[in-house]
Write a protein that binds this ligand. Structure first.
Ligand code: TEU
Length: 540
């Protein structure tokens, strides 16, 4: 059975959600405590970022033991309790599987380093490095002890890429997934899963091609089919999503079309690069609306036509808050937050909400580099200085782009550290917490709007299942699309600007019914004026 398209996923960064022990780090019991809150919101699945034993060099994406709980976050008994308690609240868990690489502290790497040939074949070792660049800066190859060989690390030097060509590695990875399946887990998010299939002969990256030489290799699809068959493919229900780095529509159709028996859905990141100067992350640029609109349309239509399925999202633990990127947050925070929400929750795909998004959380306004913890940000700052930027310029870029922007503690109330911990938080809370927090939002508009959107998807098959078509493609302010199912139609209009925008509404929609909007007193008319950041959905 395929996954349930009415479902909505909520992402929790456990380290920053709720601390029940006072050690400044969020924990599994903190998530148990907040289950009633999540049920009230109406979400069906919670995706937990890695909570396994790890030196935390990349906040848990550097795993040293795949089948245990890091004592920082609690115990296996806490995890089992969380799974049971979540079910009682109608919520399933989705676990993060980091199968492309493991920590260099993992036993496999340690044994390999000590000379064990069996485990050396678990890693990608070469005597000649390629020119590949690590995503966290510098060359992607590091000396493998004193052997004269180099091991591949596409991420941090402490995250060694695993050799999926080795059947023993694949078996180990399948065992990991099955371990968690046996604990009752049916949801899996696979980290950078389109990077696991490396070519036999590794080659330098062609400079002209924006797509690295190790992404979406044909063999990657074979590995996903094997993973599916050996693990979650045997489950009823459940949900799987793959994180795809630098990917393409044809590949994503193949990854997620049910006929391929690979994954249920895919994340891609193209829409979150529309504020990159020349495709470079560590730059500051206003977002390009044309590019965003065109990307949404090409992906929406391409995935619809190919019967693929996308995970829809604005925020995650690797991205600065969308409100700071796409909205005049000083003047229109609530309008912008609700518009952004509708633009994906009414679209074709499965919506993901990143913790705090449902209360309109924003970037934290850190004042010094000392406030940042993220390895990527710290490396990038050094590289920016080395490239000739002044400290002030480099810091301004980190402030805008750092992954820590979304990793700050969840803002529960106006008390110290946003009600996240009674101790000292591992990462400072954002300065906005006295104003922006769950308690205050009870009388606000954003949380309620999310509740409505989640309920609509459950009640209207048109939203969950309908196909996707671009609408008003020429508009320079409004991102609009149509959904269709069995003769029923929905038009969704989203004004992405702080100025009004006019739309010539087709005759049939003038007499349609307003399904949802974020402003009061809407009258449908031929010349429809959308207010700043207005979203308006009309159903026929
Ligand atoms: O991220 C994959 C990835 O490609 C990142 O480089 C992402 O694009 C970047 O962080 C944005 O700046 C996944 C995880 O989500 C991330 O947290 C991990 O650090 C990374 O894999 C390595 O496991």
């Amino acid at each position: 059975m395929t996954f349930d398209k009415r479902q909505v996923v909520y992402q929790i960064y456990p380290k920053s959600y709720k601390d029940t022990t006072g050690n400044g780090v969020g924990d599994l019991r903190g998530i148990i405590e907040k289950l009633p809150y999540l049920q009230e919101l109406g979400v069906d699945v919670i995706w937990l970022n890695p909570f396994y034993p790890s030196p935390q060099r990349d906040n848990g994406y550097d795993i040293s033991d795949y089948t245990a709980v890091n004592p920082l976050f609690g115990t296996m008994a806490d995890f089992e309790e969380l799974t049971q308690a979540a079910k009682k609240h109608g919520i399933e868990l989705m676990l993060d599987m980091v199968l492309n690489h493991c920590s260099t502290e993992h036993e496999w790497f340690q044994r390999a380093l000590a000379g064990d040939k069996y485990y050396q074949d678990f890693f990608i070792l070469r005597d000649q490095p390629t020119d590949w660049v690590s995503k966290f800066g510098g060359n992607a190859w590091a000396p493998f002890g004193d052997t004269g060989l180099y091991y591949l690390h596409l991420f941090d030097v402490t995250q060694a890429d695993l050799n999926w060509r080795n059947p023993h590695v694949r078996e180990e990875m399948f065992k990991v997934v099955n371990f968690w399946r046996e604990k009752g887990v049916k949801g899996f998010r696979f980290d950078v899963i389109n990077l696991i299939g490396k070519d036999e002969a590794l080659e330098d990256c062609p400079i002209s091609d924006g797509k690295p030489a190790y992404t979406d290799r044909p063999i990657n699809h074979d590995y996903l089919k094997m993973l599916n068959q050996a693990t979650f493919g045997q489950d009823q229900g459940g949900m799987t999503v793959g994180e795809m780095s630098f990917t393409t529509i044809p590949n994503c159709v193949q990854y997620s079309n049910p006929a391929s028996q690979e994954l249920d859905m895919v994340f891609n990141f193209h829409h979150l690069k529309v504020d990159y100067e020349d495709g470079q992350k560590w730059t500051v640029k206003a977002f390009d609306f044309e590019e965003l609109k065109n990307l949404f349309h090409t992906w929406g239509e391409g995935m619809s036509a190919g019967n693929g399925w996308s995970a829809l999202f604005w925020n995650n633990h690797d991205q600065p808050r969308a409100l700071n990127r796409f909205v005049d947050v000083k003047n229109f925070r609530a309008e912008g937050a609700t518009m952004l929400a509708a633009a994906i929750h009414l679209s074709r795909g499965t919506p993901y909400i990143y913790m705090g998004e449902e209360i309109g959380m924003i970037d934290p306004d850190f004042e010094s580099m000392a406030d940042y913890v993220d390895v990527e940000s710290i490396n990038a700052y050094q590289e920016l200085l080395a490239s000739g930027k002044s400290e002030k310029e480099a810091f301004a870029i980190i402030q805008t782009k750092s992954r820590d922007n979304s990793r700050t503690p969840m803002q529960w109330d106006g008390s110290e550290h946003a009600g996240f911990t009674t101790g000292t938080p591992w990462l400072k809370a954002g300065q906005s917490y006295p104003e922006i927090n769950v308690e205050k939002e009870k009388s606000g508009k954003i949380f309620r709007f999310y509740q409505e959107l989640i309920a609509l998807r459950k009640n209207l098959p048109l939203i969950a299942e309908g196909d996707y078509q671009a609408a008003f493609q020429d508009s320079d302010k409004v991102y609009a699309f149509e959904r269709q199912l069995d003769g029923q139609k929905l038009l969704v209009l989203n004004n992405f600007f702080s100025q009004e925008a006019t739309i010539q509404l087709p005759a049939d929609y003038q007499t349609g019914q307003v399904l949802i909007t974020n402003y009061d007193g809407v009258e449908l008319a031929e010349h429809l004026v959308l207010k700043p950041y207005q979203t308006l959905a009309i159903v026929l």
